[in-house]
Ligand binder design. Structure first.
Ligand code: ATP
Length: 290
């Protein structure tokens, strides 16, 4: 797999950086980006798609930076899968898919619909005449039309109910493309991504193998995210720290919310290796053993 890689990337809008010094490889087995709203997930995804240039650092595709890559070929290799609402409401879905195909290959629409588990007859419908799950399958078929090596998926199932979501996840898991998946749904990363990165306030605070990271978090924020997932019939999640607190401007950005914050947290922690993780927390060992 040709790797797509961010190297010490800072990204922003105008002159305001919102993603800071992030390094991240899209490796085999799927990579998840987890974090709350506003943490910078979509901004990073836009940079990986070549839609936003870094303020500093580089995005590499194989041995070239995106600035020096043939973007036409790159856009065939790396395809976005966004939410189904992005489909043109006036266009028949078959035409939406055909638009992504080279002229000579337009007959492949039916085949692509079948590949994502849809009846080719549905090509003549408009998006509002399909269910939410069917629309999401159309979005996936459209992304697959150009034969991509890598999919960049932004909340691909968040608008769907749980059973439909499960079937879309089965479909995505069956595809032989690489993937970068953005979500706040931990069950989704667990299913589709072997490696995950947790973003807080535009910084990676923890990276590692998804299963271990969720079973035994090393950063208090990962732990809070995991513990906030309600379980049927389980204890309600306990309030830890102040969830409404804005990121701190100096020191550890999480310290105003963190129940474990100590004086040392006024100094920003660097990402460091702790067991099978990279974690930016002075108290990672305490979190792991806690
Ligand atoms: N086009 C834009 N212009 C200016 N600021 C922006 C723009 N898009 C995003 N931002 C800001 O950048 C920060 C990160 O936003 P981003 O959309 O990447 O977060 P996110 O983690 O994807 O959030 P969500 O889960 O809500 O989509 C936020 O503070 C947001 O307000």
């Amino acid at each position: 797999m040709t790797t797509l890689r961010a190297e010490r990337v800072t990204l922003g809008y105008g002159r305001r950086p919102v993603v800071h010094d992030v390094s991240l490889d899209i490796v085999e087995g799927g990579v998840g980006l987890i974090g709350e709203s506003g943490s910078g997930k979509t901004t990073l995804a836009r940079a990986f798609l070549g839609l936003l240039s870094p303020m500093s650092g580089n995005i590499w595709y194989g041995d070239r930076t995106l600035a020096k890559t043939d973007l036409k070929a790159f856009r065939k290799d790396v395809q976005p899968v966004f939410q189904a609402e992005a489909l043109d409401p006036r266009m028949r879905v078959g035409r939406s898919i055909a638009e992504a195909l080279p002229r000579a290959a337009r007959a492949r629409v039916g085949e692509l619909l079948e590949q994502v588990g849809l009846d080719p007859e549905l090509a003549g419908r408009r998006p509002h005449q399909l269910s939410g799950g069917q629309r999401q399958r159309v979005v996936i078929a459209r992304a697959l039309a150009v034969g991509p090596r890598l999919l960049i998926l932004d909340e691909p199932t968040s608008a769907l109910d749980v059973t439909v979501q499960a079937r879309i996840l089965d479909l995505l898991a069956s595809l032989d493309t690489g993937r970068l998946l953005i979500t706040h749904n931990l069950a989704v990363v667990e299913r589709l991504c072997r490696t995950s990165h947790v973003l807080f306030a535009g910084r990676v605070v923890e990276s590692g193998p998804t299963a271990q990271l969720l079973a035994n978090p090393a950063h208090p924020y990962t732990k809070a995210l995991r513990d906030a997932v309600p379980t049927l019939g389980g204890e309600p999640p306990q309030a830890r720290g102040r969830t409404e607190a804005v990121p701190a401007a100096t020191g550890c950005p999480y310290r105003l919310r963190c129940p474990l914050a100590v004086a040392a947290c006024e100094q920003a922690p660097a990402l460091r290796e702790v067991k099978d993780r990279q974690v930016a927390c002075h108290r990672a060992e305490d979190v792991l053993s806690g």
